[in-house]
Design a protein around this ligand. Structure first.
Ligand code: SF4
Length: 88
C-alpha cells in the first residue's frame, strides 16, 4: 500500500469511509454497496454518500474497499497513526 498523495473527494459524507481522487469511476463499489456509494458525473468518480451504520452495511462497504481496483476507498483509521496516546 503505497498510495501517496491521494486526496479525499469532496462529495464524501463525513465519517470513517471515503473515496479519493484515485477513483476511476468503474462503478464496482456502487454495485457491491449501492446504498453507500454514489456517482458524480462531472468528475466521473464515486463517493461515499452514506456511511455504514450497522455491521451488515459495513461489511459491504469493506468488501467494496478491499476489491476496489485502484485502492481508492479508504477508512479514516488508516490515516490516524500520528496520535501517540499515552493516556494513563
Ligand atoms: S470501486 Fe474504486 S475505482 Fe471503482 S468506482 Fe468505486 S471507488 Fe472508484
Amino acid at each position: 500500500m503505497e498510495v501517496a498523495g491521494s486526496r479525499k473527494l469532496p462529495g464524501n459524507v463525513p465519517g470513517k469511509y471515503y473515496t479519493t481522487e484515485d477513483c476511476d469511476g468503474c462503478a464496482y463499489c456502487a454495485s457491491v454497496a449501492p446504498d453507500h456509494f454514489d456517482y458524480e458525473k462531472k468528475s466521473n468518480t464515486y463517493f461515499v454518500c452514506r456511511q455504514p451504520s450497522v455491521p451488515g452495511e459495513e461489511e459491504v462497504v469493506v468488501e467494496a474497499k478491499e476489491d476496489c481496483p485502484v485502492d481508492a476507498i479508504r477508512a479514516a483509521e488508516e490515516l490516524v497513526h500520528a496520535v501517540g496516546g499515552g493516556r494513563a
